[in-house]
Design a protein around this ligand. Structure first.
Ligand SMILES: C[S@@+](CC[C@H](N)C(=O)[O-])C[C@H]1O[C@@H](n2cnc3c(N)ncnc32)[C@H](O)[C@@H]1O
Length: 204
């Protein structure tokens, strides 16, 4: 199943991800997520948040780690009811990791206090955060100083200039993150069968 199929049918009943016509297949998406999680260098002192968790490949990867690498708090924010149901099922198979799931739009995350989060991650999510500055303001609020925000994306292969895909330009995204108070770096990350763009912000 390709990403477009999994998202375009009814995986996102809230309508945010419909018309995703990414060429990458599902396996490729899982590889990106797994590599991105590895690169985060999680540890037991982290409070880790994943926005737009989908079916939870990230959590499977975390569950494979040694206990010293498993964050003390793991918060998943997933707006789609269908993805959340899938996520609940998949998490039940991973008793080793404590996960909180929240279903509201991540534009507000009242369950996270100011400066609580050390690492925040979103794979193939940033396109949909509209208006981006509002989301970044909330993300900045919850991040600890020097904490890392990592967005993985495939800017070259996603549809551009559509209503759903609001953020598709690398410079616009990095400028918005800088304006929001993050020092930003980007890196093309090679994975088996492709690559993805890592956009990393460190809270000033
Ligand atoms: C393209 S999917 C990516 C899923 C997963 N990260 C992956 O790479 O397989 C984007 C996900 O973000 C979720 N999402 C979109 N906007 C969101 C928002 N404002 N708050 C929380 N979740 C959101 C969607 O429901 C969907 O599961």
């Amino acid at each position: 199943m390709d990403l477009g199929e999994s998202i375009g049918s009814n995986a996102c009943p809230d309508g945010r991800c419909k018309r995703m016509a990414c060429n990458a297949d599902h396996e490729n998406e899982c590889s990106s997520t797994r590599e991105a999680i590895r690169r985060l260098e999680l540890n037991q002192n982290d409070t880790f948040v994943e926005l737009g968790t989908g079916h939870g490949e990230s959590l499977r990867r975390i569950a494979e780690m040694d206990s010293v690498s498993i964050p003390k708090r793991i918060v998943c924010v997933e707006i789609s009811t269908q993805f959340r149901n899938e996520l609940q099922k998949n998490i039940a198979e991973l008793p080793k990791i404590p996960v909180e799931i929240h279903g509201e739009d991540c534009i507000k995350m009242p369950y996270l206090s100011d400066g609580a989060v050390t690492k925040l991650f979103g794979m193939n999510l940033i396109y949909f955060l509209n208006p981006l500055p509002e989301y970044l303001k909330e993300i900045k609020r919850v991040m600890k100083q020097n904490g890392s925000v990592v967005f993985g994306c495939k800017l070259g292969v996603i549809p551009s200039n559509t209503e759903d895909f609001a953020n598709v330009d690398q410079k616009d995204i990095t400028d918005a993150m800088e304006d929001a108070g993050f020092d930003v770096t980007t890196e093309k990350v090679e994975i088996y069968g492709g690559n993805y763009l890592e956009i990393k912000g460190t809270k000033r």
